[in-house]
Design a binder for this molecule. Structure first.
Ligand code: PLP
Length: 436
């Protein structure tokens, strides 16, 4: 006779079984609610996004000074969107997608300062911290031209303060480069997944890089500990930061204008289906939060994660957030998508989007390099492996018949968020593109 065990009384959700088995998965969030119903009960508001956008405006003259590549956009850190019709054809003919509408790419791989989506949240959090310190020290007051923070006096002041962060790579680049540019002493705690070129680049900018033979959670923990014992130190907490989250959220309102420029005004009959690669969750959840404020339910927001590291899907599907890790279901957390090699999600980010996220997809590592090459061959665009996870959204979702009606599927516009790429060195690019 069969033995009764506790699991039979507390069955795991079917999606968890699929994740455990490393199967590529489409997960539709059963807790998602119409935006209008839940917006008032969310932990952050539209005013918080506005506040972040205004702060970035105030800092724009300083950024234009420190990073001349931002001068054409007058110091705003923003990226274009590009239609990628040949990639669409390739996904339809070679990857089993059934994309009927247009396919767009959000080019955060081109973001100035850090060449990845982290240039949004990371830069914002460092600037906000710098503003707080400068206000407190009487170096700056409301209404001043913030470009004065490029002065030797301000740099000397910032050099007495340090900024720490734990990272798999790209957040370290963003925080490290921005902090060093202001004169802070910057310390990046890197996990074993971090690429050597990212460490070298940071060191060349005067950032201290401390390496750990361990995963991302350990790097974060060490960063938190190192900063905790020093009153002049500030720790950027990727697992809980509301500032990172808001820096990401600002993207959405700006996207609205860009879409209008292409004649696209999403509505519920013709939704914008956005897929964002997800690591700890700050970037995709922050952007989702912004998208729902900007577009309401006309934005369908999906996260994309590697089959070996689906931490956000697992945290949301079980409702356990950071109280469960991918190791708990036997997964390694290891992936070629280094920006997504995270085993435990941010509880803060997850809780913010619990009722907003529409769903998630998982993708096998084996597909990423193929898409990386196809995008290069068809559109001449290079993005890093993590960014390629976004293509799994349209590939799996365009065949998902339960979610979109046939009419909505016909009219849906798909947007893949290319989260990084332009800083990848030539040699690494050639390797990824299969050239010698
Ligand atoms: C960090 C990162 C992500 C995911 O962002 P999280 O905030 O960690 O979820 C996706 N793609 C790239 C390239 C990244 O660097």
């Amino acid at each position: 006779m069969e033995h009764t065990n506790s699991r039979e009384f507390n069955p795991e959700p079917p999606v968890v079984r699929r994740l455990r088995n490393r199967q590529e998965t489409v997960w539709i969030n059963p807790r998602r609610r119409p935006f209008e119903e839940v917006s008032a009960s969310l932990p952050l508001t539209e005013a918080d996004i506005r506040d972040a956008a205004d702060r970035l405006e105030r800092f724009a003259p300083l950024l234009a000074r420190l990073f001349p590549e931002t001068a054409p956009a007058r110091g705003l850190i923003e990226s274009p969107i590009t239609e990628i019709p040949r990639m669409r054809e390739a996904l339809n003919s070679r990857s089993g997608a059934d994309i009927r509408g247009r396919l767009l790419l959000k080019r955060d791989d081109l973001l100035p300062v850090a060449g990845s989506v982290k240039a949004r949240g990371g830069v914002y959090e460092v600037l906000k911290h710098a503003e707080t310190l400068a206000f407190g020290a009487g170096l700056l007051k409301r209404g001043d031209d913030y470009a004065r923070l490029a002065s030797p006096e301000a740099r000397r002041f910032f050099s007495g303060h340090s900024v720490h962060v734990g990272s798999t790579g790209n957040l370290g680049l963003s925080i490290g480069i921005m902090s060093a540019a202001l004169g802070f002493s910057a310390v990046v705690h890197m996990s074993a997944d971090a690429k050597a070129w990212k460490k070298e680049l940071l060191r060349s900018k005067g950032v201290r890089v401390i390496e750990y033979e361990d995963d991302y959670s350990r790097a974060v923990e060490e960063g938190r500990r190192a900063a905790g014992s020093d009153p002049a130190a500030y720790f950027v907490d990727d697992e809980n930061s509301r500032d990172l989250f808001l820096g990401y959220a600002v993207a959405a309102e700006r996207l609205k204008g860009q879409l209008a420029g292409l004649g696209i005004v999403p509505d519920e009959e013709g939704p914008l289906v956005v897929t964002i690669p997800c690591g700890v969750g700050g970037a995709p959840c922050g952007i989702t939060f912004g998208l729902k404020h900007a577009f309401g339910d006309a934005a369908v927001c999906l996260f994309a994660e590697p089959t070996e590291a689906p931490c956000m899907t697992l945290g949301l599907a079980t409702g356990l957030h950071d109280r469960i890790s991918v190791a708990d279901i036997g997964l390694s957390g290891k992936t070629a998508a280094d920006g997504l090699a995270v085993g435990r999600p941010s509880a803060f980010a997850g809780k913010c989007v619990e009722t907003l996220a529409d769903g998630a997809v998982t993708v096998e590592d084996g597909r990423l390099e193929g898409w990386l090459r196809t995008l290069w061959e068809t559109e001449g665009i290079f993005v890093e492996p993590s960014a390629c996870a976004a293509f799994q959204g349209p590939v799996l979702f365009s065949r998902e018949e339960d979610f979109l009606t046939p009419e909505r599927r016909e009219r849906a516009v798909y947007l893949c968020w290319a989260t990084g790429g332009s800083m990848v060195p030539e040699k690494e690019r050639a390797r990824l593109l299969g050239k010698r």
